[in-house]
Design a protein around this ligand. Structure first.
Ligand code: PGA
Length: 246
């Protein structure tokens, strides 16, 4: 049976702006076709949001951003506000991706503010969580995951808007190593139990990310608790993305 998964293409900084334009010239029509029966969300980097937003307007494709500022507006050089994302046609936004956590050192408090800014603009956050290799090896996954959920719980116990949670073990991102389905199921159970008392389960969708490819997808699709996939490097090649989706 066809399950309507969410496929989120996280393009990171793989493309320059001109390369994004070229990608859509070559693959745009086919991508649109693919989105007739599947929910596809493309997250280009900031500089291409306006162009992609115009191309997606009025279609079945949706656009996401890779990050946003925790501030409303003001003297924040290099930052982009949730208001701007909204104006450009962004419907989803990654929050707390491990690469951003790594480069920017976002604290839980900052992530909470980012979630608030997005919720205020009705942009659906894709909140990323995942344990490090050391935490995994030392069996500290549960502690790490529960700690990372704190900003989400703080915001979502007071709001009735949808939210995506992407479980991305750091040791599986861009490494060619995919997490075992038993481990993913276990972590999703930890997340659901942590959210149970404070977040409406109907509002939450669960994603997995970390080495999602045409080779790993069939195993991942057997995990019942998953509603979709966050796809990094495999999503920049249209033929590969197509194999993941169909
Ligand atoms: P990957 O990246 O698919 O290249 O492992 C996933 C991500 O970082 O979202």
């Amino acid at each position: 049976m066809h399950k309507n998964y969410y496929y989120i293409a996280n393009w990171k900084m793989f493309f320059s702006h001109n390369e994004v334009v070229q990608w859509f010239q070559e693959n745009g029509d086919q991508l649109l076709q693919l989105s007739q029966n599947n929910s596809i969300i493309v997250c280009p980097s900031y500089e291409s949001l306006a162009e992609v937003g115009r191309a997606f307007h009025g279609t079945s494709l949706a656009m996401g951003a890779q990050n946003c500022s925790e501030s409303l507006k003001g003297a924040y050089t290099g930052q982009v506000s949730a208001q701007s994302l909204k104006e450009l046609g962004v419907s989803y936004c990654l929050v707390g991706h491990s690469e951003v956590r790594d480069f920017c050192g976002d604290s839980n408090k900052q992530l909470e503010e980012k979630l608030k800014r997005l919720v205020e603009k009705s942009i659906t956050p894709i909140f990323c969580i995942g344990e490090s290799k050391t935490e995994y090896e030392e069996k500290n996954t549960q502690y790490s995951i529960e700690n990372q959920l704190a900003p989400l719980i703080a915001v979502y116990s007071k709001t009735a808007q949808p939210c995506f949670i992407a479980y991305e073990p750091i040791w599986a991102i861009g490494t060619g190593v995919v997490a075992h389905s038993g481990h993913i199921t276990q972590v999703l159970a930890i997340v659901k139990s942590a959210l149970k008392a404070c977040v409406d389960p109907d509002l939450v969708r669960y994603l997995y990310g970390g080495t999602v490819t045409s080779k790993t997808i069939s195993g991942l699709k057997t995990i019942e608790a998953l509603d979709g996939f966050l796809i990094g490097s495999a999503s920049i090649n249209f033929q590969e993305l197509k194999k993941i989706v169909v």
